[in-house]
Ligand binder design. Structure first.
Ligand code: BGC
Length: 757
């Protein structure tokens, strides 16, 4: 393989040789999935394929638009994978996907999707990881590294604020800078910096008035200049509004192609000198760099082996939501009968619908897996219970009849595909009414009931949760999901998944409730930074199941938290504690570290996830866990200063098993440089006094007597007024020149502070 210098040289030479027409050609696709090939200069095409949880390698599209795909491995979708909280697993899934890509000659996998789950209604939530940006980013980074370490590229999508399907091609997202940075951009920022995805895919929607595909602020200023992104920016399929504006804003490659009209538009702008050829050259260079990175190596893959990896991934992702009286695991050798209910037991709901839908190599179902797991002496009954979202009274009667005489009952329930898909949002977060009815009716006749859920995002099960002793959230677990679920049921696998999103008690409790999906082509992210658990915690709204929740068949004990008492913000904070498996079974615990600031100047969430780790321990085994925290783990995005700021304050380090299940916590003082907020003559004198630098400047210019007067609490009727009023109140308390000098000095010193940072 050529080194970077050779490649850069080769690219410079090619730029000199390419005609203008060829350059324009290279900046848009040649087909649905490929870029242009320039034969005369030996520039090959790149092949792309969806992602993210399996390769959708399209072989044929028929006259009705239906596709037929190559059979590939269908892994659990992102909401399931996120519930594993397992970074190594994400790397392995990425690596496995890359092998399949290589076997099919695919150079770039179109994923992962790191958009934040703003509302549980989002139609593509199953394709996204979490409501939390750190969990999303750290898992996605491992996925990207797993793929790219094999010489296959990824596309980090959809940049940014693509959090709903309603009007997804046109909606304008109004989002404040702080929420944009702390919630929506953060996942992209971390993955870009840590894993350097080969490509970033710009979203369909607009952000603060400008399409994401021609958003200079997002692409040129933030992604490239601030974060140092060197890779290729591609458009989501058909997301370009104004091609020339997109090029100028940093969007290199339009997909799919060819687009004759857009090529002409680029040519016209070049002719009119409204677009510089240098801008086009930059994009061509990035396209070529990606082309030459792509390995043409073809390998063969072992799909049976990949099925096993898909099964492990699903086993790591299943979340045990409830397990009253330790009903689970079931001992199949120690029962005489079991009834399985639900169409999804034979016709599993295992992946989402839309561009990510793959044709699985093989597909397991719950009923067959249970049949294969029980001894011949155990009587196994099956009742369909419902079909899709419908059921007949006779189906419920049949289910009851079978359930009543069985030792145990397992119902497979979930959200049918027609309610949850790319292209539209969910209307509510309920299970189909008929399934609720069925579950309640069966719960009446058999107390040993286990409900398995298959859905891509949070569901509301408050209708029957009190009546059902055991509930497993299986998500959309991929082709081997049923094997994983049955392994958890029979205790071959100890569940270790934890929720990557809050399950609210009511949709109305969700922070986006009043602003989802918006009106008149506009959605206002009015909840700001209070997304997911950040909101439920702050408002003290009890969820059905909190973020990070998930039970195990064993128990863990947390002890001995060791932490510095005081450090500077620029220093690293080392956190250490012991974790012990105090139960009788081997198991895995997902440790969560949250940070909380005691007295923030700007409002902050009660807790923010900063670190996590999945640890595997045998019974009686313990391990010392260490985390390192740095500046950004304590910082918030200060919208005034337009920077990440750590305020000097006391912070709490919280070690938890879910956002509500705090096991250890300790305080730490973080010392930091003073932050001087922006102040003008319009700000109240009180604000000037409250700001240490402001007070210092006032004291330098005003007399001691004047300062005493202003600081006297009895004079707040004066000091509540803006600084500019001081020149004519109380017999010219302060002169106009002095006021100007105060502001001038303050801004000078503030600038010094800032440039010294
Ligand atoms: C989706 C992308 C996908 C692309 C190609 C678009 O409609 O939003 O996620 O990668 O199609 O299938």
């Amino acid at each position: 393989m050529e080194n970077n210098i050779d490649i850069d040289k080769k690219i410079d030479e090619l730029i000199a040789e390419l005609t203008l027409e060829e350059k324009i050609k290279l900046c848009s696709g040649a087909s649905m999935w490929t870029t242009e090939e320039i034969k005369r200069l030996n520039i090959p095409a790149i092949v792309m394929s969806d992602g993210p949880h399996g390769l959708r390698y399209v072989v044929e599209i028929n006259e009705f638009g239906a596709t037929s795909n190559k059979k590939t491995t269908c892994f659990p979708t992102a909401s399931a994978l996120a519930s594993s909280w397992n970074k190594e697993l994400l790397y392995q899934v990425g690596e496995t996907l890359a092998e399949e890509a290589k076997s099919l000659g695919v150079n770039i996998i179109l994923g992962p999707g790191v958009n934040i789950k703003r509302s549980p209604l989002g139609g593509r939530n199953f394709e996204y990881f979490s409501e939390d940006p750190i969990l999303t980013a750290d898992l996605a980074s491992c996925f990207v590294k797993g793929v790219q370490d094999q010489g296959v590229g990824t596309s980090l999508k959809h940049y940014v604020c693509n959090n709903q399907e309603y009007k997804r091609f046109s909606v304008n997202v109004e989002v404040a800078e702080r929420a944009l940075r702390e919630i929506y951009l953060l996942a992209f920022e971390r993955v870009v910096k840590e894993a350097e995805p080969w490509t970033v895919m710009a979203a369909y929607n607009r952000v603060n008035g400008t399409p994401a595909t021609q958003n200079d602020y997002l692409l040129n200023q933030i992604l490239r200049a601030e974060w140092g992104y060197q890779g290729l920016v591609i458009s989501d399929w058909g997301a370009i509004h104004d091609r020339a504006a997109a090029l100028k804003s940093g969007l290199d490659l339009e997909m799919p192609g060819p687009s004759r009209v857009n090529k002409e538009k680029i040519q016209m702008q070049l002719d009119k000198k409204e677009l510089k050829e240098e801008i086009l050259n930059q994009s061509v260079k990035r396209v070529l760099k990606t082309v030459f990175k792509s390995s043409p190596e073809r390998i063969t893959v072992d799909y049976d082996q990949h099925d096993k990896i898909a099964q492990t991934a699903a086993e790591e992702s299943v979340v045990l939501l409830k397990n009253e009286n330790k009903l689970l695991p079931l001992d199949f050798n120690n029962m005489s009968s079991i009834t399985v209910i639900g169409e999804m037991a034979v016709n599993p709901r295992y992946q989402g619908n839309g561009s990510s839908k793959v044709t699985p190599y093989i597909l397991a179902d719950g009923l067959s897996e249970i049949k294969n797991s029980i001894p011949p002496a155990v009587e196994l009954n099956y009742a369909s219970g419902y079909n899709n979202d419908q059921n007949l009274e006779s189906q419920i009667d049949e289910a009851i009849k079978k359930a009543v005489k069985s030792d145990y009952v397992i119902i497979f329930a979930g959200i049918p595909e027609k309610f949850e898909s790319e292209g539209f949002d969910r209307k509510n977060i309920n299970l189909p009414e008929r399934q609720n009815k069925l579950i309640k009716a069966v719960a009446e006749v058999n107390k040993n009931l286990i409900v398995v859920l298959n859905n891509g995002s949070a569901v509301n099960i408050s209708d029957w949760i009190d009546k059902v002793p055991a509930v497993l959230e299986g998500w959309l677990p991929g082709q081997a999901g049923a094997k994983a679920i049955v392994n958890v049921i029979k205790g071959k696998v100890n569940p270790s998944g934890k929720l990557a999103e809050t399950f609210p008690l009511s949709l109305a409790h969700n922070p986006s409730y009043l602003n989802f999906p918006g009106v008149n082509e506009e959605v206002n992210y009015a909840e700001g930074i209070y997304v997911g658990y950040r909101y439920y915690e702050k408002k003290k709204i009890e969820p059905q199941f909190p973020f990070g929740h998930g039970l195990s068949y064993t128990e863990f004990e947390y002890t001995n938290l060791i932490l510095d008492k005081e450090v500077w913000a620029e220093d690293e904070v080392e956190v250490e504690f012991d974790l012990k498996n105090v139960g009788k079974l081997a198991g895995k615990e997902v440790i969560q570290l949250y940070v909380s600031q005691n007295n923030p100047y700007y409002d902050r969430p009660e807790k923010e996830l900063k670190k996590f780790k999945k640890v595997s321990l045998k019974p009686g085994e313990s391990e010392t866990i260490k985390f390192k925290l740095s500046y950004r783990d304590f910082a918030y995005f200060n919208p005034e200063l337009k920077d990440w700021v750590v305020e000097e304050d006391e912070y709490k380090i919280i070690i938890a098993s879910s956002v509500q299940d705090i096991r250890l916590s300790a305080a730490i003082k973080i010392k930091s440089k003073e932050i001087a907020h922006i102040l003008s003559t319009d700000d109240p004198v009180l604000d000037w006094l409250a700001e240490p630098l402001g007070k210092k400047v006032l004291a330098e210019i005003l007399s001691a007597e004047q300062m005493d007067y202003l600081e006297n609490e009895e004079n707040t009727y004066i000091t509540e007024r803006p600084l500019y009023r001081l020149d004519f109140l109380s017999d010219e308390l302060v002169s106009q020149q002095e006021i100007e000098k105060i502001v001038l000095n303050y801004n000078m010193l503030r600038g010094d502070y800032y440039s010294n940072k």
